[in-house]
Design a protein around this ligand. Structure first.
Ligand SMILES: [Mn+2]
Length: 243
């Protein structure tokens, strides 16, 4: 039976990504859905992108575009580096690109350009980096790029927890549009939690790879998950996005 895995924010931690792929041992028929933020943090951002392109050749892969990926894409395509980006892990990404040729960078640019804002599968499950606000769904979002930045979906789901049932008048209309919603973007370690979190029908699998957490992959059918070692232990001489 083919499996579908969602994988949370990676943030330049190639060693954590290699560990997690080694643990889930995907087969050719399995689908890997990456929820975005491949770069910024640990020192191997460009190398993470290379590895993702390799995985794309071996398995069915879907790559969602995170806010950090959009920053990097814009810089690779010739914009001046956004100062906010540079401060939030972008410098490590710029450094990781220092040994790549323009030909290699062009291959990366094409890969970033192919990343999706969101995907809805045949079972009406939504995969999106951060969230969305429109009660008519992410396609009707009013502000460009908000699917990569929104935290209100997650904050709403979090306070709902499991108390508010789908048939309740209180259940948010935008969440009712989908059977399940998978996101990254807001690290669970912000809540002192190191495993995937769930509120309503929203699952957050960003377990703080960029900081002092781990990388997570989850089988969406069973909700079983696998994690890397704490990423700080994989890069003992680095700080990631910890300050
Ligand atoms: Mn992130």
């Amino acid at each position: 039976m083919a499996r579908t895995f969602v994988i949370g924010d990676i943030h330049g931690a190639l060693r954590a990504l290699e560990q997690i792929i080694g643990k889930i041992k995907p087969k050719a028929a399995d689908t890997l859905i990456f929820l975005g933020d491949y770069v910024d943090g640990w020192s191997q951002s460009a190398q993470v992108i290379d590895y993702l392109m390799q995985l794309d050749q071996q398995y069915k892969c879907i790559f969602i575009k995170g806010n950090h990926d959009a920053w990097c894409e814009s810089w690779l395509m010739g914009s001046l580096p956004d100062p906010t980006w540079v401060f939030n892990g972008g410098q490590a990404t710029i450094d990781s690109y220092s040994n790549l040729t323009q030909v290699q960078k062009n291959i990366h640019i094409a890969f970033y350009n192919r990343m999706k804002d969101y995907v809805i599968d045949a079972e009406n499950r939504l995969f999106i980096h951060a969230g969305f606000t429109s009660m008519h769904g992410p396609a009707m979002e009013r502000f460009e790029g908000n699917t990569r930045w929104d935290r209100t979906l997650w904050e709403t789901a979090l306070v709902m927890g499991k108390r508010i049932k789908r048939d309740s008048i209180l259940y948010p209309k935008r969440m009712k549009l989908f059977n399940e919603i998978y996101i990254g973007h807001t690290p669970t370690i912000n809540y002192d939690v190191f495993v995937p979190m769930n509120g309503g029908n929203v699952w957050n699998v960003d377990t703080g790879t960029a900081f002092y957490g781990k990388l997570t992959a989850m089988d969406i059918a069973t909700k079983k998950f696998w994690q890397s070692d704490p990423v700080r232990e994989l890069y003992p001489d680095e700080k990631g996005r910890n300050r």
